[in-house]
Design a protein around this ligand. Structure first.
Ligand SMILES: Cc1cc2nc3c(=O)[nH]c(=O)nc-3n(C[C@H](O)[C@H](O)[C@H](O)COP(=O)(O)OP(=O)(O)OC[C@H]3O[C@@H](n4cnc5c(N)ncnc54)[C@H](O)[C@@H]3O)c2cc1C
Length: 514
């Protein structure tokens, strides 16, 4: 039996952040991780072993990680801002066009809005909507590393009608009122549906939307230099120097309370501690609690996305004539019209793979080539990540590999509609002739990194406040005293943020009077 002040179950980036804060405060901390490496959904891996390309295999962009955490922990982790926000190819009356949205709506953006929508109303609507959303970000971002504000406190801070539009009323109604174009409505909506299986009338979409727009008060999604693994490497290094004990290949099977202490058992060994932080999902926590400890609430949406990782010898040319280096520099949306989302949701909810799967892509290597070996950089290799939406876990239950094959083929055919060079002709090949492309379903995510039903946020996201009249909280408490959530499943968890890790550490330090 080993004795620690705090045992952290799971070595995802949030568990690592928590461990650093706690060890810095002088506590003895152990992380028990089921896999043979740390990082959870925040890792870089050599996905195609024959090539020196370390891909962000699961998560890939950073927005929610507060600069404060980087500063507090003195992390040598850098991100790059992208000038291009997004590009969306669209065929209008037989003509291949595209909507390039630059940061600040400069350059080609106004022309593209005009060509695609026929007037300047949509760009004006865009500008005014996001200027108002900024008020939410300004008010909410500074509260993320503090105790939860109440609904009324936050509403008063925002002090603008955008609160009612984004927090209180379904996102679909707001988008239908503010925008006219199916394409433009769809681009705005994507932030509400990433990893969230919801229609436009469910507030789940609002919450997801909010989390995509408040990071560091700007909502900018930045490229992690060196890939996601660079963040984990830096956290592991920092935690190691602070004396944190890592126990890998240790799957926690029970957490019991014995004479006022926790006893956590992993792979046959037991660890005693005064506090336990759960970095794994609350649903998994409920499965290992013994001695009648209260179980956390479990109702949650299924994960609903496929992630496709690709290595390319070159970027494909576009039918719209847009330079691929511009088109793929930001988020590349395809078939993410508002109507595509609505139809895909209806079909998937009825148990059918959507005829058209809304999807978006991102090219890491246009911003940062450091994830590639020097020879691949010299040869002009690129990487692409594709996120296919509204493909819930239930669609894979009967035949995971069969459904993945159908979905991958559908996605590539959809993409090829907008390309001069079919994507297959741009993919690197392995020595056996197979293409360098992999697809991960929600069920794969559960098997590989323990995300329940593939939910990338562990469970449904929550609004970043508490209701008036409820007890003060860090958003990490469970029904068991001294057992806190420190992962994505906490209030204000979800995404690569370190926020629940910080907040769980703060709850422990507060309980100890530190
Ligand atoms: C495909 C994909 C793409 C994403 N893209 C982005 C993105 O671009 N940007 C973004 O901000 N967010 C993204 N996300 C979401 C984000 O990655 C996660 O919400 C976040 O990484 C969760 O971090 P965490 O530390 O809380 O938990 P996790 O990363 O889930 O870590 C939990 C850890 O617990 C371990 N564990 C599980 N069960 C046990 C057990 N019984 N015993 C011991 N250990 C256990 C797991 O192995 C894992 O290491 C994405 C997620 C996925 C899956």
């Amino acid at each position: 039996m080993k004795d620690f002040d705090v045992v952290i179950v799971g070595g995802g980036h949030n568990g690592l952040v928590a461990s650093c804060y706690l060890a810095k405060a002088g506590l003895k901390v152990a992380i028990l991780e089921k896999n043979d490496s740390l990082g959870g959904a925040t890792v870089s891996q050599k996905v195609f072993p024959e090539y020196e390309a370390r891909l962000s295999r699961y998560s890939y962009l950073v927005s929610l990680l507060p600069d404060q955490i980087i500063k507090d922990l003195d992390l040598k982790f850098k991100t790059i801002e992208r000038d291009v926000s997004s590009f969306t190819p669209e065929n209008v009356d037989g003509k291949d066009l595209g909507l390039l949205i630059n940061r600040g709506l400069v350059g080609q953006t106004a022309d593209d809005f005009l060509a695609l929508t026929g007037n300047s109303d949509e760009i004006a609507a865009w500008e005014s909507f996001y200027a108002e959303v900024q008020k939410l970000a300004d008010a909410i971002a500074p509260t993320m590393l503090q105790k939860l504000p109440t609904r009324s406190q936050l509403k008063e801070k925002v002090g603008h009608k955008i609160w009612d539009e984004v927090i209180e009323n379904p996102l679909g109604a707001v988008l239908e009122r503010r925008f006219k174009s199916d394409v433009v409505r769809g681009i705005v909506l994507t932030d509400g549906l990433i990893g969230t299986f919801s229609d436009t009338n469910n507030l789940a979409a609002n919450i997801c939307f909010l989390y995509h727009l408040i990071g560091n008060g700007t909502g900018d999604w930045k490229v992690p230099v060196g890939g996601m693994g660079a963040l984990v490497a830096e956290l592991v290094d920092t935690a190691g120097k602070l004396g944190v004990t890592f126990v890998l290949e240790s799957e926690v099977s029970s957490i019991a309370q014995v004479e006022g202490k926790f006893v956590t058992t992993a792979s046959g060994k037991s660890y005693e501690s005064n506090y336990v932080l759960a970095n794994f999902a609350p649903q998994k926590l409920a499965g290992v609690l013994v001695n009648g400890a209260a179980k956390p609430a479990l109702k949650s949406l299924d994960g609903s996305q496929v992630k496709v990782n690709m290595l390319l010898t070159k970027l494909p040319r576009l039918k719209s004539g847009t330079d691929p280096k511009l088109a793929f520099a930001g988020t590349f949306h395809f078939d993410e019209r508002y109507s595509d989302f609505q139809l895909a949701y209806t079909q998937a909810a009825a148990g059918k793979i959507p005829d058209v799967i809304p999807a978006e892509m991102y090219c890491h290597t246009l911003s940062d080539t450091s994830i590639l070996g020097a020879d691949l950089v010299a040869k002009g290799f690129q990487t692409l990540t594709l996120f296919g939406m509204h493909t819930p876990a239930s669609l894979f239950e009967k035949d995971n590999s069969g459904s993945k094959a159908i979905i991958l083929e559908r996605l590539l055919n959809q993409l090829n509609q907008y390309l001069v060079d079919p994507i297959e002709s741009c993919l690197a090949k392995n020595s056996d002739g197979s293409l360098c492309i992999e697809i991960k379903s929600p069920l794969d995510l559960e098997a590989e990194i323990g995300l329940p039903r593939g939910n990338i946020f562990h469970k449904d996201l929550s609004m970043p406040f508490r209701e008036d009249g409820t007890a003060p909280s860090w958003g990490v408490e469970t029904d068991v005293p001294n057992l806190f959530l420190c992962g994505a499943g906490a209030i204000r968890g979800g995404g690569v943020s370190g926020i629940p890790g910080h907040n769980a550490a703060a709850a422990v330090l507060e309980a100890r009077g530190l």
